[in-house]
Design a protein around this ligand. Structure first.
Ligand code: F6R
Length: 594
């Protein structure tokens, strides 16, 4: 939620800040703004996308500045609510990501002391508090302000008085990029990759004073060293590479993503020697927590782990877990989070840790908060995912869950070997799905004309129906519901008519007959049916209106091929409807607020 950047060096700050912001737009794009230090501080902000600001903003000279791209939490998207915010004197400018939970109280106090506010945001209290405490040493004033703030923050502070930047974080991500005679601040590593691959991950309560040649980090006032890391992602990873949208590029990357995620494992059947997590414990029970698409991966995980290990697996929405719910004892908890920064997931992980439960994060982002909170981390190695809709990270999560399940002790060797053989086929199976994309385009043309759609699945593909519906609604704005097929007749069938398409996932497993029955019930209510079915399923064609044919895949692995087909269907439907596919309205990729 919200992307922040900072630059201090010898080059003109404005193009660098805007370029860095453009790679952070997945974090929010309601408005954007920059502040550049000259003799005073010049600010330009508006409810436009970064691309427009790059073309239309006035010349702003200066080699030190900060920038922000916003996902609105307090106050509508507007020019005045955009960041950076300043104090009354205009001497301090601040960009903020997070939520200040006690801002009303602080704001009332500051107003009583004579401060004048111009926005509805919680963030604006920060520059005013810095102004209140400033006595010539910016670092001390910022620390004093942060000591009174409750909630979460990642901030960058600019002052007119001296050529320094301050960065600080608590419960929101922030990195320092280390260059040669220049330094960067960013919410996420991709923002600095055009300039440097040397990064420092700030920890909670860190405050950094940054000049163009140096930085000093303190934690609660005590100076502290943080290790420098080499970024593992390259700048090519965050470019479109000729694709019209990042989403399409990311869908097409999926065969390689599988190889990268478990390449060694596919060859040897053993976790790679540098694996961060060793699968050495027999499972007794398991809790999985996640949000959104990652939650759907967790639901698939439940099916495969319960089926193969015969142990109970509980899957919770992290956003439902934290608010006073009693902890049910469990021996291990897995948190699945692409970004590794989802606030609800992080709170849940912390609760498990407090209860001394062994925690494992499945995450895509090296150095992310989840990887630092959990005892162990499984990295999905999907590479940076720019499009707001999760695609390749979902497939990588599924693959990591298969690997986890197959690697845990207690599985019969023969079963493991035969599933491993099927897992090895998956990059190739996905290639085949991608090769059939042009047939999906036709179905998408039909779907694009409708306003309400049901996705139905059974068993291991029920979560894929949920995921297919989520993908369609978030990028095409068509209302879609994912359903366990057998549940339709318990109420929602009332909505079926000739303009309510059903997308039925027809797996060639023990759910097939029941799914055919659900299809017939839908057809009897005149609903058009689109089936996802095996390439050799001869009977299905006569029962439905459209068939999306998929390569025959082992029963356990059909969620992967079905999910990829539904990603393509959502993509092409949104394209027919002219939607802003990579950056759908109201969304942000990294949800760092509860
Ligand atoms: C949907 C989507 C979201 C995320 C959710 C959790 O396409 O991307 O539903 O899956 O916000 O995010 P992570 O996985 O980063 O915790």
């Amino acid at each position: 939620m919200c992307g922040i950047v900072g630059y201090i060096g010898k080059a003109s700050a404005k193009p660098i800040l805007l370029n860095a912001l453009s790679t952070l737009e997945y974090r929010g794009y309601d408005s954007c703004g920059i502040a550049i230090r000259n003799d005073s501080i010049d600010i330009y902000k508006d409810i436009v996308r970064v691309e427009v600001m790059q073309k239309e903003s006035p010349t702003l000279n200066g080699t030190t500045g900060i920038g922000h791209t916003r996902w609105a939490t307090h106050g509508e998207p507007s020019s005045t609510n955009s960041h950076p915010h300043t104090d009354c004197s205009g001497k301090f400018a601040v960009v903020h990501n997070g939520i200040i939970s006690n801002f009303q109280k602080l704001r009332q106090q500051l107003i009583a002391e004579g401060h004048v506010f111009t926005s509805e945001t919680d963030s604006e209290v920060i520059p005013h508090m810095i102004e209140k405490y400033y006595d010539g040493v910016l670092e001390e004033a910022v620390q004093a302000a942060l000591d009174e703030i409750e909630g979460s923050y990642a901030i960058a502070v600019l002052t007119a008085d001296e050529d320094i930047l301050i960065a600080a974080r608590k419960d929101s991500p922030l990195i320092i990029g280390v260059g040669d005679g220049e330094m960067f601040i960013a919410s996420d590593v991709p923002a600095v990759l055009d300039y440097t691959d040397r990064v420092i991950y700030l920890e909670d309560r860190d405050l950094a004073v940054i000049t163009k040649d140096s930085f000093k980090i303190t934690s609660d006032g005590t100076e502290i060293k943080r290790a420098e890391h080499r970024a593992t992602w390259s700048k090519e990873d965050v470019q479109k590479a000729g694709y019209e949208h990042f989403m399409l590029k990311e869908i097409n990357e999926q065969p390689r993503v599988i190889q990268n995620t478990i390449g060694d494992y596919l060859v040897s059947g053993e976790p790679s020697s540098d694996a961060e997590f060793k699968f050495d414990e027999e499972l007794r029970d398991l809790s999985i927590v996640a949000c959104g698409t990652s939650y759907h991966a967790g639901l698939v995980g439940k099916y495969i782990i319960e089926e193969l290990h015969g142990i109970p697996v509980r899957v919770d929405l992290a956003s439902e877990f934290n608010h006073g719910r009693r902890m049910i004892p469990t021996s291990m908890a897995i948190a699945i989070t692409q970004s590794g920064e989802t606030a609800d997931v992080l709170s849940t992980l912390k609760r498990f840790r407090e209860e001394s439960v062994r925690t494992v994060a499945i995450t895509n982002v090296p150095g992310s908060s989840a990887s630092r909170v959990a005892n162990d981390t499984i990295y999905t190695k999907a590479g940076p995912e720019v499009s707001v809709a999760a695609t390749k990270s979902f497939i990588a999560q599924l693959i990591s869950l298969y690997q986890f399940t197959l690697s845990c002790p207690g599985l019969h060797r023969g079963i493991r070997e035969s599933l491993l053989a099927e897992l090895r086929q998956m990059p190739n199976k996905i290639e085949q799905v991608l090769d059939g994309a042009c047939r999906i385009v036709n179905v998408a043309k039909f779907l694009a004309k409708h306003d309400n759609v049901f996705f139905i699945g059974r068993g291991i593909n029920h979560p894929i129906a949920l995921e297919g519906a989520l993908k369609l609604k978030e990028i095409s704005y068509i209302h879609a519901e994912g359903y366990a097929a057998g549940e339709l007749k318990h109420g929602s069938i009332a909505l079926l008519q000739e303009n309510t398409p059903i997308i039925a996932i027809v797996a060639n497993d023990n759910t097939r007959d029941a799914m055919i029955s659900s299809i017939n019930q839908a057809k009897a209510r005149s609903a058009p049916v689109i089936a996802l079915a095996d390439e050799d399923d001869e009977d299905i064609g006569s029962l439905v209106d459209y068939v999306i044919r998929l390569p025959r895949t082992g029963n356990m692995f059909t969620p992967v091929t079905n999910a990829v087909a539904l990603q393509l269907l959502a993509y092409h439907t949104a394209k027919h409807r002219g939607c802003p596919i990579d950056f759908p309205r109201n969304l942000a990729k990294s949800v760092t607020v509860e």
